[in-house]
Design a protein around this ligand. Structure first.
Ligand SMILES: Cc1cc2nc3c(=O)[nH]c(=O)nc-3n(C[C@H](O)[C@H](O)[C@H](O)COP(=O)(O)OP(=O)(O)OC[C@H]3O[C@@H](n4cnc5c(N)ncnc54)[C@H](O)[C@@H]3O)c2cc1C
Length: 372
């Protein structure tokens, strides 16, 4: 029954993507895969199929790289934060597995780490971070000689620390203890958050406990409003989820892999040959159907540019896209929610609103966003 529901939903949401839409949204690409870490223990804390970590581990073990720039969750003064490090062992890569949906200081932390490191690195970052890194590679020989692979995580947007601080406060209240560790999302499909506390309690909740607010753009990072890069144009390899409903029943969740460069192909093949990754070929329509709402919305900076003055924001229009009435309305919801979460007078109200009401608001937004 559930399978039937997924297949019908999948049919209804399928779209036809033109060549120009594909080039505009995804950029250049050479090969596409649906992949997962073959070894189950390399998928335990993965955001998707663990292909990202399996790739890094395999490159390290095959001496293709000496380290991998990864992002770790740390608890700092009882708060959840994310910081970068260069992992030089399988365990360090696995410790940093999973997506961190909280702002980071990529350039401030990553560049010094790469400069101080003696050896070749693979770098994982969000599309904006990979674009900035690419600029440095073009002008700095030291960075250019060391970075052997740029991996971008497909990205809708990221959130400011205030959002995770509020969520973690709620969790700590429930557990009556300070936090010990936190995972934003693990497990099948949308997954679950997992918080461990000093008193030995563990709380697991659907990821939507956090993502309900994130998907409504409460406490979004400001830089995300001016960004149109969903898939990481400048990466050698981009990794993301494939949310198309036809894959929901797969027993193993997988990572969508977009390989863009010869270097990406060579290093991917080397990891694939070692057996670290299990992969099957994917169509670009699978990837785009899985991001059919979010990718066009993300790209359409023009819509956000139009509504920005109503909320006192300045958003340069660098894409000059067509703005339909529903793109305009979605941008309006987005900027309204961002402004709301920036208001010290009104933002407390966000977390007092009943979740079912916010869910209805989110479904309304998603419904409008889905219009072709
Ligand atoms: C803020 C954010 C937004 C995202 N939005 C989308 C989306 O809209 N659609 C989509 O399809 N996918 C999105 N992703 C990507 C997705 O969640 C997975 O990261 C991706 O599918 C790879 O999964 P994996 O299991 O192969 O990787 P894993 O094996 O879990 O490895 C992930 C690697 O990424 C590193 N990493 C985690 N978070 C960050 C970060 N913030 N900055 C830099 N490096 C990091 C980890 O250290 C690890 O090395 C997002 C990820 C993030 C962090």
């Amino acid at each position: 029954m559930r399978n039937m529901f997924n297949l019908i939903t999948d049919r209804l949401l399928r779209r036809t993507w033109t060549e120009s839409q594909i080039r505009m949204l995804v950029g250049e690409y050479r090969e596409l895969y649906h992949a997962y870490a073959t070894d189950e223990s390399n998928r335990v804390n993965a955001a998707s199929g663990g292909a990202g970590s399996a790739l890094l581990i395999s490159l390290l073990e095959q001496d293709e790289i000496d380290g991998a720039l990864v992002c770790n969750t740390v608890i700092e003064k009882a708060k959840i934060r994310a910081h970068f490090s260069i992992a030089t062992s399988k365990q360090e890569i696995l410790d940093a597995q999973g997506s961190k949906y909280v702002e980071t200081a990529f350039m401030k932390e990553a560049l010094p780490l790469i400069r101080q490191f003696h050896g070749r690195v693979a770098v994982v970052g969000l599309p904006c971070d990979i674009t900035n890194l690419t600029r440095w590679i073009a002008k700095d020989n030291d960075i250019s000689n060391k970075v052997k692979l740029k991996i971008a995580l497909v990205c809708g947007h990221n959130s400011r620390t205030e959002l995770i601080d509020e969520i973690s406060q709620q969790l700590m209240k429930e557990a009556a203890s300070p936090l010990r560790s936190y995972r934003f999302r693990k497990g099948h499909w949308r997954g679950k958050l997992e918080a461990e506390f000093l008193n030995g309690t563990t709380i697991r909740k659907p990821f939507s406990y956090f993502s309900l607010y994130q998907n409504l753009y409460f406490y979004s990072e400001k830089k995300c409003l001016v960004c149109h890069d969903h898939f990481g144009y400048q990466a050698d390899i981009s990794l993301g989820d494939v949310w198309a409903y036809r894959f929901k029943q797969d027993p193993i969740k997988k990572t969508g892999v977009i390989i863009r460069t010869q270097q990406g192909i060579d290093l991917w093949n080397s990891a694939n040959r070692s057996g670290a990754i299990t992969a099957e070929v994917l169509e670009i329509s699978d990837i785009l159907d899985g991001q059919a709402r979010t990718a066009p919305f993300h790209y359409n900076v023009s819509a956000r540019n139009r509504v920005a003055p109503m909320f006192g924001y300045k958003i340069p229009d660098n894409v000059k896209a067509r703005v339909s009435w529903h793109a305009w309305l979605t941008a309006l919801f987005t900027l309204f929610n961002m402004r709301w979460s920036e208001s010290s007078q009104w933002n407390k109200l966000i977390f007092k609103l009943p979740r079912p009401l916010l869910k209805a608001y989110l479904y309304l937004r998603k419904g409008i966003e889905t219009l072709p």
